[in-house]
Design a protein around this ligand. Sequence first.
Ligand code: IMP
Length: 189
Amino acid sequence: MSGRGKLVVVTSNRHKFEELEKMADPRGVSLEFANLTKIEVQSSSIQEISRVGAVLAFSQLSKPLIVEDAGLFIESLRGFPGPYSSYVLRTLGIEGVLDLMRDRANRRAFFQSVVTYVDEERVVSFTGKVEGEIALSPKGGGGFGFDPIFIPKGSKLTFAEMDLLAKNLLSHRAIAFNRFLDFYLSTFP
Ligand code: IMP
């Protein structure tokens, strides 16, 4: 039996929590959802947004926790919306992003994720990246955010056309979170 308690995940996004839980469960790590009124710093770096968010959350909760921050970076838009992805989703939406891409032959894009873990002794971050393309039109009813327009490399389907298990084999969040789990399980066996 390990002495690990539940690990708190600070997020307002239930979909993210479900994705993480599907990966944590089989590895024997139980997660607890915490929707703090998170203060999210504005920064051009998702690393910084993730780290500052995690440290601020720890100052409120004083429990080991993780914060994950992600962004979609579109090559022909020079990395836009990147760290502003949630703002752009709320304002322009998926259709607005497709409009910006209308005459662009280069559809290359990537998602990046940074998972930051904080406890009394350490602040550690793990990153994950998945390359792919922006679809010509939205497809699929699963997932969240930009999932209907993101086709990961090597696939013909958007993330929104996949089930959670398939998305978790490929996604930026899965890569970052599995790196975190390797660290967590070796630090707290
Ligand atoms: P945040 O990490 O919650 O700040 O996410 C930034 C924005 O990117 C949000 O609007 C999310 O909807 C979007 N996003 C983050 N991860 C994903 C994903 O796995 N699929 C689709 N959209 C995502």
